[in-house]
Design a protein around this ligand. Sequence first.
Ligand SMILES: *Cc1c(COP(=O)(O)O)cnc(C)c1O
Length: 381
Amino acid sequence: MFMTDASTRVRAEIDLGAILYNMESMHAHISGHAGMIAVIKANGYGHGAARIAAELESLPYVWGYAAATFEEAKEIRQAGSEKPILILGHCFPYCYKELADYAIRPAVFRRDSLQQLSEAAISEGHRIRIHIAVDTGMTRIGIRPDDEGLSFVKAALETPGVIVEGIFTHFARADEWDREATGTQIRLFKDFCERIREELGYDVPLKHCSNSAGIIEYPEANMDLVRAGITLYGLWPSGEVHKQIVPLRPVMSLKSHIVYIKDVPAGVRVSYGGTYETKSPARIATIPVGYADGYPRSLSGKGYILIHGKKAPILGRVCMDQFMVDVTHIPEAAEDDEVVLMGSCGEQAITAEELGDLSGRFNYELVCDISERVPRIYIRN
Ligand SMILES: *Cc1c(COP(=O)(O)O)cnc(C)c1O
């Protein structure tokens, strides 16, 4: 047992082999010429954006990356990526000058942004490439695909210093069994792109709409680019997508070590609030991980971890930095033994989806929330 660094307490193992496997698996499924955008916002859904960009940089079918904010995009650029980076959310004017310098593409949907981007582009002496966001059913950011939207696109095309490189929309319900809403979104988007071509004489070079669920379920929506997010990390957009279509391998595992084991008699209460009471003599292990690490407090009395390939249920409440599990039925469990909070161990596995279900949270949220206090350790299985 080597306990040599900070990752002994808890670590998120990131399997770069699985990242490549998932990317290849999606690419094998998408049609023809569509390029891929690796969505690495929120520090790569908690997996480490810079490291993942470095891993994907040389794949010819990866067009570029998507971030949520300017700061995320800049970090990816400064880590050495040379491919295009798209900001999916609103980009505020304070960073417009730097956008040009870093060749970062903002999503644009406001008239005032056009003018401000133009000024920044002219003052920096670089043109700024933009992707226009279109709202076809998400009712979030984005212009509507109507006459007013068309006049916005016209204004963008006429804005000095600005190049309309892309146009995109975002699916609200592509992960659901019912295909009607997404069918409508695809149709609205295609019709709008067609109107731009016919009425403004401009065929926007990069049209894109698919997220992970779209990649799996709607090959007809591939267009020029697809935006792969959750599936890149080997997780599913929902339980309603057809998992056999695109095989995936989970990328993140969460591992720790037992720091203490004690034998207690019946009638002993465990953790804050004493919500759990031993019914018979028990052997209890303390795990040095808590909700400050992003391990959900709502797993209190509900979750379990894996020790020597066996399930050890959480007893009582998860604390900020520690929690307790029952190892009465795992006599071989000893102090300093490795434990698995998420990932596989022997024949057993705990997926982010299962942890999400047990904690009443969402798999996306769970991995994003693994805190900075948890070292990311990159491996290749
Ligand atoms: C987050 C996001 C994605 C990726 O979504 P997944 O469901 O993780 O694939 C794609 N496009 C936009 C606009 C997003 O905000």
